[in-house]
Design a protein around this ligand. Structure first.
Ligand code: GTP
Length: 598
């Protein structure tokens, strides 16, 4: 059985524990590309990923490996992202594997996302191999990690593979370990085709490229495939394995991971999580679906230049195909025109989408204040959800407003406990648990409003714990809150794109901060500009930008004409990134930057 020579596995870990580096070593060892072509963090193919050094999209690759037993195996490696915003990607990747390497940094130990990713793998019945990375570092403490693997993770410490992904030490042993410990897939070749789309991306020449795991049956080139959810039928034009580039084959069989191209140009036809079967011999039931995507942060995206609206639509459509967790609908604003209301998995996800729209699609965009989704019970009529400040009703008609809460889990060295408790209390957190994991580390749990952790919570946590505390959360229920709409007025007019839904108790501080920050972002105009924060008709904060007194060029004394030109040129350059709001020029980044910190 060919499946005996296949191992499908993923690497899961807390952020920065070295997944991408380990994946690089595997690829390097397999020599599927020459060392000249080798670039570090190969699987992180997007620019943003390289620059930030984080993995955002899961990527698949097939690696040949000849074991000590003389047989050559096909290892299908799925690299997964570690950041909490992207756990959706992790769950989809995990569902297409039989095993997982759980990577733990030897100098950091088990952290919050080590645990949450492991639970996800356990839920899918994956075989888990504990791997301790960064063994080359002098502060690596294998004894301590062995205890954590045993006590915190409940895994067998004797199964640990110590490695240095950076220098490749222990990687050969680990590859043998994968062959030995991770089960081969157990599909049935002569059953009808059952394949799972776990990801997809768009190629300008080939159209939609689906990333699939075949569970049962065999799919051949030229066959007609049927999508379970839509019933649509398409002919397979190309299929094969991922080896950094596409390696086309004649068929994909039970147990294999690869790609399918079926002449699909309309990106809305492919749904990640869907089951593919053949038209001729369809399977009876689809595979279990993936977890539902639940966006938690909402914001509207507008083009700076109204002419780019259609380009923006096309770009978002394309991103959506590659990123099933992005949801959106049309939106419009008095200040900004036509745009899209989008849902994101978190603020990092939002920033990634923003950057991709700007860089990959060359768009100039504006994002409005990110918001969570509130539950509103009106005095009469049905309960509904509200995330868009422009849809905030007359407060008089609201019987009850509720906001989403999360259960936060924080693991920290005990010396930072006091700082962290202060931070959580300031964020309206309610402590639910405090447990010493060992003499030095504490696990604390809080119930907190989601809105409070959206912005700078993670950064603040890192700074009050000198980077040592780790954090993870899951959704809890809705709890009653006092909700108000905070408006920002520029030169007397409400700028709808700057309105926010906020907890009443924080409204004054928020209003003051936004006004102050806006003042810093807007340059002087020919006239005086009042900036005001208001709830309904009452003004709760105010700043003023004084009028410009002199011409910008007047400071170039002596009438140096070329300097004067340069200055005017520069001013023009600056204007391109500006959005006119009434008579006021607002820099494009003002929308997000003034709103992000509280
Ligand atoms: P995300 O993709 O962001 O989740 O991170 P990751 O887990 O993929 O981590 P990555 O491979 O980007 O490594 C994080 C940092 O640790 C990088 O600076 C690596 O160079 C470093 N690193 C990874 N493995 C080792 C190792 O074995 N030894 C040492 N000294 N550094 C390592």
């Amino acid at each position: 059985d060919e499946q005996e020579l296949i191992r499908n596995f993923c690497i899961i870990a807390h952020i920065d524990h070295g997944k991408s580096t380990l994946a690089d070593r595997f690829i390097e060892k397999s020599q599927i590309i020459s060392s000249r072509e080798f670039q570090s963090q190969l699987l992180d193919s997007m620019d943003i990923e390289r620059e930030r050094g984080i993995t955002i999209k899961s990527q698949a690759v097939t690696i040949p490996f000849t074991s000590k037993d003389g047989k050559t195996y096909k290892l299908n490696l799925v690299d997964t992202p570690g950041h909490v915003d992207f756990s959706y990607e992790v769950s989809r990747a995990i569902a297409s594997c039989e095993g997982a390497l759980l990577l733990v940094d030897a100098t950091q130990g088990v952290e919050a996302q080590t645990l949450s990713n492991m639970y996800m793998a356990v839920e899918q019945d994956l075989e888990i191999i504990p791997v301790v990375n960064k063994m080359d570092l002098p502060s690596a403490d294998i004894g301590r990690i062995r205890e954590q693997v045993d006590h915190d993770l409940g895994l067998d410490p004797d199964l640990i593979f110590p490695v240095s992904a950076k220098f490749g030490t222990g990687v050969d042993e680990l590859l043998e370990g994968i062959i030995e410990w991770i089960p081969s897939p157990k599909g049935t070749l002569d059953k009808p085709l059952k394949a799972n789309i776990f990801d997809s991306h768009y190629d300008p020449y080939k159209g939609v490229i689906m990333h699939v795991r075949v569970f049962d049956g065999e799919l051949k080139l030229g066959e007609d495939i049927k999508f379970y959810s839509t019933g649509k039928v398409n002919k397979v034009e190309e299929l094969g394995y991922f080896r950094i580039t596409r390696d086309s084959k004649k068929s994909l069989k039970a147990g294999e991971v690869g790609y399918i191209i079926a002449g699909i140009k309309d990106i809305s036809e492919v749904r990640v999580g869907d089951t593919i079967t053949t038209l001729k011999n369809p399977c009876e039931e689809p595979l279990d679906g993936f977890r539902d995507v639940k966006p938690v942060v909402f914001s509207s995206i507008y083009p700076v230049d109204a002419d780019q609206y259609e380009d923006l639509q096309a770009a978002i459509d394309k991103l959506r195909l590659n990123d099933a967790s992005l949801v959106y609908e049309k939106d419009s604003s008095a200040a900004l025109g036509l745009g899209f209301r989008c849902g994101f998995l978190g603020l990092l996800h939002l920033e990634v989408i923003q950057e991709r729209l700007e860089r990959e699609f060359g768009l100039n965009i504006v994002l409005t204040s990110p918001s969570v989704r509130y539950r509103i019970t009106p005095k009469s009529g049905e309960v509904y959800f509200l995330d868009n400040p422009t849809e905030f009703p007359d407060p008089g008609v609201i019987e009850r407003a509720e906001e989403p809460y999360i259960n936060a889990v924080i693991i920290t060295p005990s010396e930072y406990l006091g700082n962290i408790m202060n931070l959580c209390t300031a964020k309206r957190g309610i402590q639910t648990e405090l447990e010493y994991l060992d003499e030095k580390r504490v696990e604390i749990k809080y119930e907190m409003p989601l809105a409070e952790i959206l912005f700078d919570f993670y950064d603040r946590l890192k700074s009050v714990s000198r980077g040592y505390a780790s954090f993870d959360y899951e959704e809890n229920d809705f709890k009653e809150t006092e909700l108000v709409k905070l408006d920002i007025l520029l030169n007397g007019d409400v700028v709808d794109a700057l309105s926010q839904l906020v907890f009443k108790g924080s409204a004054y501080d928020k209003a003051r901060n936004v006004c102050k920050r806006l003042k810093g972002e807007i340059s002087r105009h020919q006239f005086k500009i009042p900036i005001q924060g208001a709830i309904g008709s009452s003004i709760i904060a105010r700043e003023t930008i004084p009028a410009l007194r002199k011409d910008v060029t007047s400071k170039c004394y002596g009438g140096d004409i070329s300097r004067k030109k340069k200055l005017l040129e520069k001013q023009k350059e600056g204007k391109k990134r500006m959005k006119m709001v009434g008579r006021v020029e607002l820099p494009q980044n003002a929308f997000l930057s003034v709103l992000r910190t509280d």
